[in-house]
Ligand binder design. Structure first.
Ligand code: MD6
Ligand code: FE
Length: 211
């Protein structure tokens, strides 16, 4: 299912942009479909929702989580919560998703959270830092599925020059080390660029050690 699939060998990214590692084409179509089948089960148990940020704006991205904790936003802030907004526990992180972490993270810790983001139509995600985790020395690993997304990477402080790369279905990103706290976001997607998601759109999974 993966390239360079040797135990204990940390594979080489195809692109490093501002310290962010990109493994382009990491998952082939078959592996992408296997992952999607598992994500569909997660979404059935923990439905996607559209969070409202503390500033009162509804995010354009739909989200849910798997794992011990899930990332949520509401009027009182951003945080990891041990339950879905509807009150149920989050489903377990699917094994094939976990396998991606094991292959590329270089981390001995297991992820305890997998955030699932769905971008439909004009959904996007503004530049942000991932810093709600208790210990940001652990990397964040992301998997892109479906439509292409323009991933923008800036600096560890707001402002300054940025660079962007189109993430395609099957690409995996590792944000760790000096790049762990860089600002990043999704400018836009290319609706209709992939047939992997039956309903269209772009799915991004982010795996983290959150607690
Ligand atoms: C996305 N990704 O690709 C949004 N965060 O839809 C992220 O926000 C992200 O890809 C941390 C590490 C990798 C990521
Ligand atoms: Fe992020």
């Amino acid at each position: 299912m993966r390239k360079n699939d040797e135990e204990g060998v940390t594979p080489r990214p195809t692109l490093v942009l501002r310290g962010v590692q990109v493994f382009q084409g990491w998952l082939d179509r078959t592996a992408q479909e296997a992952l999607l089948a598992e994500i569909r089960d997660v979404v059935r148990a923990a439905p996607l929702f559209q969070p409202v940020t503390p500033s009162g704006r509804r995010m354009s991205v739909q989200m849910t989580s798997a794992g011990d904790v899930g990332w949520i936003a509401d009027r009182s802030g951003y945080r990891y919560a041990d339950r879905h907004p509807q009150g149920t526990l989050w489903p377990d992180i699917p094994p094939t998703v976990r396998a991606v972490w094991d292959a590329v993270s270089g981390s001995p810790r297991a992820p305890d959270s997998c955030l699932i983001n769905l971008y439909r139509d004009t959904a996007k995600m503004g530049l942000h830092q991932d810093r709600d985790e208790a210990d940001t020395s652990h990397p964040v690993v992301s998997v892109s599925l479906g439509d292409d997304g323009l991933f923008r990477i800036g600096n560890t402080t707001r402002g300054g020059p940025t660079e962007a790369v189109w993430l395609k279905s099957g690409d995996v990103v590792v944000m760790g080390g000096d790049a762990r706290l860089v600002y990043h976001g999704i400018d836009k997607t290319r609706p209709g660029s992939s047939t992997v998601l039956s309903g269209g759109g772009r799915l991004n999974l982010t795996l983290r050690v959150a607690t």
